[in-house]
Design a protein around this ligand. Structure first.
Ligand SMILES: NC(=O)c1ccc[n+]([C@@H]2O[C@H](COP(=O)([O-])OP(=O)(O)OC[C@H]3O[C@@H](n4cnc5c(N)ncnc54)[C@H](O)[C@@H]3O)[C@@H](O)[C@H]2O)c1
Length: 308
């Protein structure tokens, strides 16, 4: 049994991770400012601190709790918001990140695991499926700050011996996803579909993303805890799915034709995205188990219960 601190543990991925770690018998501490996460998502067995990771309240929590492992998921996660207010993004994703790293160093954390992004780091690349060594040219402040924090981790490892791994997620989806999130398309379409509202499709619907179900992401996060690998690992389903595929899966899960209005394409929208997950298979002995149809069915079941 280990003492584990999860930043962002009231959020979509973080709260699913906390539940799984508690099930595995670990002692959990959650740090979250509830800016997008919900208190009701926090497992009752976890010790909860409501605070901003970029504040001075963070370090005393480490001093008191002395975690063995840290999963760092708290973040400003919206690409568009980062373009409107880059300094706010930097305050949370860089300054906040540095506060976490200093606390890990001072209190001798064994390992930190960082939730990073594939899509926003690789930018608009033709190298598909994209491997970890693809040149990184982020096209947003969010992507640049995520990449910069990965470099901070490497620096802390070399200078202070702080072990780390970085998991670069594709588009994560599933129960508890916040509708406005980075990869919100399944969350938005599902939420609208279960309440008979219209969703908007921009362009021909053939644009693709790589959608990975949250339980597979949680399994990958847990599997990296005991692995000695300081570097970046893609976590993805490894196949492209289009918006038309999502519509079809939702029609099937709900046994009706969901309401969609087609609008002109958004200028500059990335056409394709897919991450190569062979490194994760090799290093973590992990592979995704939930396909799009099954994952959407589970997400629909959750959304129906939430709305009932
Ligand atoms: N969802 C995806 O598809 C996806 C893809 C790539 C990477 N990620 C990364 O995974 C992590 C989790 O994302 P998510 O989708 O669960 O998002 P989320 O918004 O549901 O979770 C983020 C959590 O962090 C908390 N938080 C935000 N700012 C904070 C601050 N300053 N101090 C303390 N807590 C703060 C929020 O309240 C929320 O509970 C993020 O780091 C995100 O960048 C997510």
């Amino acid at each position: 049994m280990a003492k584990i601190l999860v930043t962002g543990g009231a959020g979509f991925i973080g709260s699913n991770l906390v539940d799984a770690l508690i099930k595995n018998g670990h002692k959990l501490v959650v740090v979250d400012d509830l800016s997008s996460g919900l208190k009701s998502y926090i497992n009752k067995e976890a010790t909860f601190y409501q605070l901003d990771i970029s504040s001075d309240e963070l370090e005393p929590v480490f001093a008191k709790e002395k975690p063995d492992f840290v999963f760092h998921l708290a973040a400003q996660i919206e690409v568009a918001k980062s373009m409107i207010d880059p300094r706010h993004d930097a305050k949370i994703n860089l300054d906040g990140g540095l506060k976490i790293l200093e606390a890990c160093r001072l209190h001798e954390v064994k390992k930190i695991i960082f939730s990073s992004t594939g899509g926003a780091i690789y930018g608009d690349t033709d190298l598909i499926p994209t491997k970890e060594d693809c040149p990184a040219y982020p096209l947003s402040f969010y992507g640049i700050h995520k990449l910069t924090f990965e470099k901070y981790l490497n620096l802390y490892y070399h200078n202070y011996g702080l072990n780390y791994s970085v998991l670069r997620f594709a588009n994560v989806y599933g129960p508890r996803q916040f509708k406005g999130g980075e990869a919100g398309v399944i969350a938005i379409f599902t939420d609208n579909a279960v309440s008979d509202k219209t969703s908007y499709q921009f362009g021909d619907g053939r644009q693709t993303r790589d959608f990975v179900f949250v339980s597979d992401v949680v399994a990958a996060l847990i599997s990296v805890m005991e692995v000695d690998y300081q570097g970046e690992i893609n976590i993805s389903y490894g196949l492209e799915s289009s918006l038309l595929d999502i519509r079809e899966a939702l029609n099937k899960a709900l046994d009706k034709k969901i309401l969609v209005e087609e609008k002109p394409a958004k200028p500059g929208e990335q056409r394709r995205s897919c991450l190569d997950n062979s490194l994760a298979k090799k290093i973590l002995n992990w592979e995704p188990k939930v396909n799009l149809e099954e994952g959407i069915e589970k997400t629909v079941t959750w959304a129906k219960n939430k709305n009932s």
